[in-house]
Design a protein around this ligand. Structure first.
Ligand code: NI
Length: 223
């Protein structure tokens, strides 16, 4: 099931992306199945501002409690930045299970995928992110600054952008909780505890439920 959350301060990122000279979107790389259906462009690794852009996005996600609760991150891969225009699209694919960051020796398992939008839905046509899960298709087309988090196990695609341009960041997280269902259950439990606490304040039962949350996390987490 897909979830969404806010990353604060999208404006400086958008400014860097749109005004810094020398930023060009290249072909990018993908796994062999994905490469056959990938028709978009992404910032190459040698882009001068890429490190700064990555720091801003990663820091914004790490301070977002909703992202933390949904993804339960163990390791976050450096974010990428992509752009779709003029009919560009990314057909149905599943993301590679294991990725190694550029110039790194560490393999990271992709459990959770995140797409962070820099362009508003009114700025382009098409470009829906469609994620398939057991309950059918979920479509995301979010305002600039919003992100969607979904399991990397799901088949997904980006519909053709038929006018304007769609600019996003996307990244993968290795979660402390590998299993999608266990992660979903923990997210649901945590969300309900937070809502109850907002309604009732701290109560003995809420302390007990919070203890169950942490004990499940303790039982299941790989860190
Ligand atoms: Ni993908």
């Amino acid at each position: 099931m897909a979830k969404r959350g806010m990353a604060r301060h999208p404006a400086p990122l958008r400014e860097i992306l749109s005004t810094v000279p020398g930023i060009t979107f290249g072909a990018g790389e993908a796994g062999s199945q994905a490469a056959r259906v990938k028709r978009n462009r992404q910032l190459p690794e040698n882009t001068p501002t890429l490190r700064r852009l990555r720091e801003i996005v990663t820091a914004a996600l790490m301070r977002n409690p909703l992202f933390f609760s949904a993804a339960l991150p163990h390791r976050i891969l450096p974010p990428f930045f992509n752009r779709y225009e003029g009919g560009e699209t990314f057909g149905d694919h599943v993301d590679n299970a294991i990725r190694r960051p550029w110039r790194s020796e560490v393999n990271i398992r992709t459990d959770v995928s995140t797409t962070l939008f820099f362009t508003d839905p009114e700025e382009y046509e098409g470009g829906d992110l469609v994620v398939e899960d057991t309950y059918g298709d979920h479509t995301a087309r979010l305002p600039a600054g919003d992100a969607i988090v979904y399991p990397s196990t799901s088949l997904h695609r980006v519909e053709p952008v038929t006018s304007g341009a769609r600019v996003c960041s996307f990244l993968w997280t290795q979660s402390m909780i590998r299993d999608d269902w266990k992660r979903t259950l923990l997210f649901d439990l945590d969300s309900r505890i937070q809502r109850l606490r907002a309604q009732l304040g701290e109560t003995d039962d809420l302390v007990g439920l919070t203890s169950h949350y942490h004990n499940l996390l303790r039982m299941w987490a790989e860190v």
